[in-house]
Design a protein around this ligand. Structure first.
Ligand code: ATP
Ligand code: MG
Ligand code: MG
Ligand code: MG
Length: 476
C-alpha cells in the first residue's frame, strides 16, 4: 500500500466516523508566536481545544505537515541515526473537541489498524502503552479491545529513570493536559531494540506509530488539576512510520516515497551506493527545506530562517561528502514535486521559486564549504584527544559559515565532540574586539572579514550574532 493511499484511507475512515476533513496548515504557525514550526496536527486547533474558538464541527481529521528541527521537539540530530525520525514528516490525526473521549478514540485507532477492511495489521504485532495511573484506558484496551497484558506497558511508574517515556501530555505549564496512550509496532526479532518502557526502547524494533492524547484536566498556576467539563482528544500518527509497517520494511527510508527520493538524489550526485546514510539525510532534508521555503521561510541568520539555513548547509555538506562538485540540492525539488505534488500542489506551483532560494543558499555556502572542510581536516590531523577546539569551531562558524551543529555533525561521525566553552570564549572575544573597534568608528565589516580571501557568511551584525548564540544555547 503506497503512502498516498494510506493518507487517503485514514481520512476516509475518519470521515466515515463523522469527522470533518481539515487541510494541513502552514509550517509557520499562525496563532502561536512562541512556536518555531508546526510540529503536530493539533497546533492549528489549539484555540478550539481551549474553547476560545468555535468551529462548525466537533470532530476533525487531517494530514498535517510537520517540522521537528528546533524548539521543543528537535529531531535534527536523529536524522541519519534512527530508522524513524525525520525533520519533516506528515502527521495523520483525528481530533475531538469536547465530543468523544477515551473509549471511541481507542476503538477508532484499533479498528483502523487491525480491521481487514482497513490496515489489517495482525493484532499480535501491536503493543500499547498507557499512562500508569490511567486505569480507564488500560481497561478499554485490555477488556474491550482484547489486547493482552503481555503487550501492554504502563508508563509513568518508571519516571526518573533515564529511559522513562512520558505518557502525560500538557499544552504548557498551565492549561489542558492529560494522559496519553501510544501504539507501537513490533518490527521483529531481527531488528535491535527493546519494548517500550525498557532500557533499550530507543532501538528500532518497537516503533511508536500512534499517540492518542486525552485532554482531561486543566492545570492552573499552582499545579492544581481540575477535570475539564468537556474533555477532548488529540492524536497523531506518522504517515512514514505506518507506511513502513504497511510496506513490510523496517525503516522509514525504505518506503516508496523515500526510495524514489533517494534514487533521485543518487542520480543527481552520480552515486551508486544507494544505502549511503548521507543520501538518506539529503532526502530527508530536501523535504523540510522545500516545504519551509514553500511556506515562506527564507534562509537568514535568525529564528526560523536560521534553522532553514542550517538544514540546507547540512545537506550541502553531505553532498560534499559524496563528492558533489556543484550545486545539487535544488535539483531535488523536481523529484520531490513528483512524489508529493498531488497532495501538496503548492510544491508544483512554487517549484521555480523554491529552487531559486535553495540554489542561492547553496552557492553562497559553496564558496566557503571546501575551504572550511580543508581547515577542519588539517586541524583533525593534529588533534589531541576527542574534542575539536573551540577556536576551530569558531573559525569555521565565523569565517566559513559552518553553523555549530554542522560541525558537531561532522565531529559525531568521527566519534568526536566540540569544545563549546572554548567556542563561547572565542565568540565573546570577538564581540569585545568588535565593540572596542566600533568605539573608534572602525568599519565593522573589515573587522569581521578575518581572512581576506574568503567571504564572510555568518551573521551580518552583532544583534543577529547575539540571537544566533541565544538560539544555540536554548537548543532551538
Ligand atoms: P518518538 O518517541 O519516536 O520520538 P514522539 O513520541 O516524539 O515519537 P509524538 O510527539 O507522540 O512523537 O508524535 C506523534 C507521532 O508522530 C508519533 O507517534 C510518530 O508516529 C510521529 N513522529 C513523531 N516524530 C517524528 C519524526 N521526527 N519523524 C517522523 N515521524 C514522527
Ligand atoms: Mg520524539
Ligand atoms: Mg515517543
Ligand atoms: Mg509519542
Amino acid at each position: 500500500m503506497k503512502s498516498a493511499a494510506i493518507r487517503e484511507a485514514f481520512i476516509r475512515y475518519f470521515e466515515n466516523q463523522a469527522h470533518t476533513q481539515v487541510a494541513s496548515s502552514s509550517l509557520v504557525p499562525g496563532n502561536d508566536p512562541t512556536l518555531l514550526f508546526t510540529n503536530a496536527g493539533m497546533v492549528q486547533f489549539k484555540d478550539a481545544f481551549l474553547g476560545r474558538e468555535k468551529r462548525g464541527y466537533v470532530r476533525a481529521v487531517s494530514s498535517q505537515r510537520c517540522v521537528r528541527a528546533g524548539g521543543k521537539h528537535n529531531d535534527l540530530e536523529n536524522v541519519g541515526y534512527t530508522a524513524r525520525h525525520h525533520t519533516f514528516f506528515e502527521m495523520l490525526g483525528n481530533f475531538s473537541f469536547g465530543d468523544y473521549f477515551k473509549h471511541d478514540a481507542i476503538k477508532f485507532a484499533w479498528e483502523f489498524l487491525t480491521s481487514p477492511e482497513w490496515m489489517a495489521i495482525p493484532a499480535e504485532k501491536l503493543w500499547v502503552t498507557v499512562y500508569a495511573e490511567d486505569e480507564e484506558a488500560y481497561q478499554i484496551w485490555n477488556e474491550q479491545m482484547g489486547v493482552p497484558a503481555e503487550r501492554m506497558v504502563r508508563i509513568g511508574d518508571n519516571k526518573g529513570e533515564k529511559y522513562a517515556s512520558d505518557n502525560f501530555w500538557s499544552m504548557g505549564d498551565t492549561g489542558p493536559c492529560g494522559p496519553c496512550t501510544e501504539i507501537f509496532y513490533d518490527h521483529g526479532a531481527d531488528v535491535a531494540g527493546g519494548p517500550p518502557g525498557s532500557p533499550d526502547e530507543d532501538g528500532d524494533r518497537y516503533i511508536e506509530i500512534w499517540n492518542n492524547v486525552f485532554m482531561q484536566f486543566n492545570r492552573d498556576a499552582d499545579g492544581t488539576m481540575t477535570p475539564l467539563p468537556a474533555p477532548s482528544v488529540d492524536t497523531g500518527m506518522g504517515l512514514e512510520r505506518i507506511s513502513a509497517v504497511m510496506q513490510g520494511v523496517h525503516s522509514n527510508y525504505e518506503i516508496d516515497l523515500f526510495q524514489n527520493l533517494i534514487k533521485a538524489t543518487a542520480a543527481v550526485l552520480n552515486v551508486s551506493d544507494t544505502e549511503h546514510t548521507s543520501l538518506r539525510v539529503i532526502a530527508d532534508h530536501i523535504r523540510s527545506c522545500a516545504f519551509l521555503v514553500s511556506d515562506g521561510v527564507i534562509p537568514s541568520n535568525e529564528g526560523r530562517g536560521y534553522v532553514l539555513r542550517r538544514i540546507i548547509r547540512r545537506a550541502a555538506r553531505h553532498g560534499n561528502k559524496l563528492g558533489a562538485e556543484a550545486a545539487f540540492f535544488y535539483k531535488l525539488v523536481a523529484p520531490l514535486a513528483v512524489e508529493m505534488g498531488e497532495a501538496y500542489p503548492e510544491l508544483v506551483t512554487r517549484q521555480a521559486q523554491i529552487e531559486k532560494v535553495l540554489l542561492q543558499e547553496e552557492e553562497q555556502f559553496a564558496k566557503t564549504l571546501d575551504q572550511g572542510m580543508k581547515i577542519l581536516e588539517q586541524d583533525l590531523q593534529g588533534l589531541n584527544g576527542t574534542q575539536i577546539p573551540g577556536d576551530t569551531v569558531f573559525r569555521l562558524y565565523d569565517t566559513y559559515g559552518f553553523p555549530v551543529d554542522l560541525t558537531a555533525d561532522i565531529a559525531r561521525e568521527q566519534g568526536l565532540s566540540l569544545d563549546m566553552d572554548g567556542f563561547e570564549q572565542a565568540m565573546n572575544a570577538q564581540r569585545e574586539r568588535a565593540r572596542s573597534a566600533s568605539n573608534f568608528k572602525v568599519d565593522l565589516s573589515s573587522e569581521l572579514n578575518i581572512d581576506g580571501e574568503t567571504e564572510f557568511c555568518g551573521y551580518q551584525n552583532l544583534a543577529e550574532e547575539g540571537a544566533v548564540v541565544a538560539l544555540l544555547q536554548d537548543g532551538q
